[in-house]
Each structure stands twice: as structure tokens, then as C-alpha cells.
Design a protein around this ligand. Structure first.
Ligand code: SAM
Length: 319
């Protein structure tokens, strides 16, 4: 779906919402980067520790040589552990980083060129990953799809659909490596995700979707007339997952005409504008919940590596 359509749909829904992807412009990517270094933000460190310890084993299970597609690559720092291992097996590696944040992706590719020189053949895809996945599908060589810290971001009702797109993209010969947050401590989760101190980069990242909305669609929504709030919802049902909900609460009755979207949006005092579609974001899974979800998407899980907070699933299409 194109972004304008998605935004219009979100603002016409009940409750109103703005899509998660909207917050990732260059500034959003910088806030995301700053979140990673926050003391309480356990997830980045957990992913790095896990990937560092298992990258060699993971890569040894792939059919090589292969092209690595890195979906929502961000700063690609974690992906480099896989690139380093692939470069132990191949003279050169074809690497296709995919990210919606174009300027940030350009910077990341330049840094990678500097680090790896000619041994890394970079084929960047600055695109929404839904579009990128359909292009990846037609790639006929061996392919490995990497998706780090991406699945959990999306609403639960979209996750199966997204995994199905990964499934289609694997047509031909390939495997997927997908990480997920498996933290079960409410205290750790609330500290990491629900600190709404104005200076906290995670709070700034949540609010950034608002700024992008104002800039991209020439809206003039007054952010100071909203208050950032959220909650953590535990759901241990095997077909579900626990998640966070984050919203902006309107502090007064207010209304905005947004010509570029051809609509007027009005808020009652106390009304919530959700900062994601669907049930929520930043899902936290049990291993059984992940196995259930991947089974439903017709994946065969070849192996799971995990620590206290992160799991990495290596999977392929069921034959
Ligand atoms: C949570 S970050 C993960 C970054 C990186 N994989 C890591 O683990 O460090 C999510 C990344 O996905 C990108 N992203 C978000 N929505 C996207 C979309 N619809 N299509 C492509 N990339 C997207 C963001 O720009 C961001 O870099």
C-alpha cells in the first residue's frame, strides 16, 4: 500500500492511528540509533550478543555462495557478523540491504564500502520491504533473507501476512534468518519501552511519526497539545504474543485540515491517536508462540538459537 493511502486509512480508523513506518525518516533512524545505546534498552545488546555467538553456526548451515538480502537493515551493524562469516567462505559477497529510510541507507552503504572494499558487492534497495520482497522473489540464485528486529514491530494481524511474503520471496533456493524478542520480564520491558521522558530518544522516535506527518503532508498538528502514553499487554496464548501499545492523548478538543490528504481530522479531549495500526508493537514472544506463527506461515524451522531476550530462527519453506 502506498504511504499516503496508509496514512489516510489510519487517520480515518477508529481509533485513529499513524503507521509505524512513518517514523523512520533520517531523523527517526538517528533516534533509533540513539535508543540502542540506552542503558535500559536491553534488546539491541541481546541481539548483538546472540548474533555474535551464533553467526558462524548459522552461516555454516546455508547453501553458499548466496546473496544476502537484509530486510530493514538499519545501521547493519548486527548484519556485519553474518557478512564477516560469509566472507570466510566466499571471496566476494553480494549484499542487498533494504530500508525505507533512503538517506540513512546511503550513509550505511558508504560506511560498508569503506570497511569491505571490493569484496562486498552492495546492491541497496531503498524501498518498502513489501515491494522489495516481490523483487527478491524473482532472484534465481541462492538467497538468504535476514530480518533482524523487524517482525515484532508490526501489529499481530499483519505478521502472518508479512511472513507469507517472506515465504514467497524464498521461491527458488533459500533460507530465512529472523530474530524476535523473547523477553518475559515486565519490569525490563516497561523500563525499555515506556520511559516517556522528553529527552529519551525512544520517546522522540515514537513522536517522530507526528513530525513526518506534518512535514510530508503539510499538516500543522500541534504536538504540544498531545501527551505520549503507553502500556504493556501480556498475552501468553500460543496463537498470540505480548505487546506494547503507544499513543498520543489529545489534551483538548482540536481539529486540523490537511489539504494534501484531502481530509480534516478532529480530536476530542482525551482521545487517543495510536502510534501504530492493529493491536500494538514491539511484540514479545515465547518460543511456542514463535513456533506456532512460523508453522502457520508454512515455514520449517531448521534451528533456533536464543539467549534470555532474543531468539534467532533459521527457516526454509516447507517442501
Ligand atoms: C527496529 S529497526 C531494526 C534495524 C536493524 N535490522 C537492527 O536490528 O539493528 C527497523 C528498521 O526497519 C526499517 N523499516 C521500517 N519500516 C520499513 C518498511 N516498511 N520497509 C523497509 N524498511 C522499513 C527502519 O527504517 C529501520 O531501519
Amino acid at each position: 500500500m502506498d504511504l499516503m493511502k496508509e496514512v489516510k486509512e489510519g487517520l480515518s480508523s477508529s481509533p485513529k492511528y499513524i503507521p509505524v513506518s512513518l517514523r523512520y525518516d533520517h531523523q527517526g533512524s538517528e533516534y533509533d540509533e540513539q535508543c540502542l545505546h540506552m542503558e535500559d534498552f536491553y534488546h539491541y545488546r541481546a541481539d548483538v550478543d546472540l548474533i555474535k555467538s551464533c553467526a558462524k553456526d548459522v552461516i555454516s548451515q546455508l547453501c553458499t555462495p548466496c546473496k544476502l538480502f537484509d530486510i530493514g537493515c538499519g545501521n547493519a551493524k548486527k548484519s556485519q557478523f553474518f557478512l564477516d562469516e560469509l566472507l570466510q567462505l566466499q571471496n566476494t559477497v553480494e549484499y542487498a540491504p533494504v530500508d525505507i529510510s533512503k538517506d540513512f541507507l546511503d550513509e550505511v552503504c558508504n560506511a560498508l564500502r569503506h570497511t569491505y572494499g571490493d569484496r562486498l558487492k552492495i546492491d541497496p534497495m531503498a524501498d518498502d520491504f513489501f515491494r522489495a520482497l516481490s523483487k527478491i522473489r524473482s532472484y534465481r540464485g541462492n538467497k538468504a533473507l535476514l530480518w533482524i528486529s523487524g517482525l515484532q514491530v508490526f501489529p499481530k494481524d499483519m505478521q502472518l501476512d508479512i511472513l507469507s511474503k517472506f515465504f514467497s520471496a524464498l521461491e527458488g533456493n533459500g533460507a530465512c534468518m529472523i530474530t524476535a524478542d523473547i523477553t518475559q520480564s515486565r519490569e525490563a520491558i516497561e523500563k525499555a519501552y515506556l520511559n516517556f521522558d522528553e529527552e529519551n530518544p525512544c520517546a522522540k522516535l515514537y513522536a517522530n511519526g507526528f513530525h513526518v506527518l506534518n512535514r510530508m503532508f503539510e499538516a500543522n498538528i500541534n504536538v504540544s497539545q498531545f501527551k505520549l502514553e503507553g502500556r504493556y499487554v501480556e498475552d501468553k496464548d500460543v496463537s498470540s504474543a505480548s505487546y506494547l501499545q503507544v499513543w498520543m492523548r489529545s489534551l483538548c478538543k482540536q481539529s486540523y485540515e490537511i489539504d494534501k490528504l484531502g481530509m480534516t481530522i478532529s480530536f476530542e479531549e482525551g482521545e487517543k491517536l495510536m502510534l501504530h495500526g492493529g493491536n500494538g508493537l514491539s511484540h514479545k514472544y515465547t518460543i511456542s508462540q514463535l513456533e506456532y506463527l512460523f508453522e502457520k506461515a508454512h515455514f520449517r524451522i531448521l534451528k533456533i538459537w536464543k539467549n534470555e531476550n532474543s531468539a534467532l530462527l533459521l527457516c526454509e519453506r516447507k517442501k
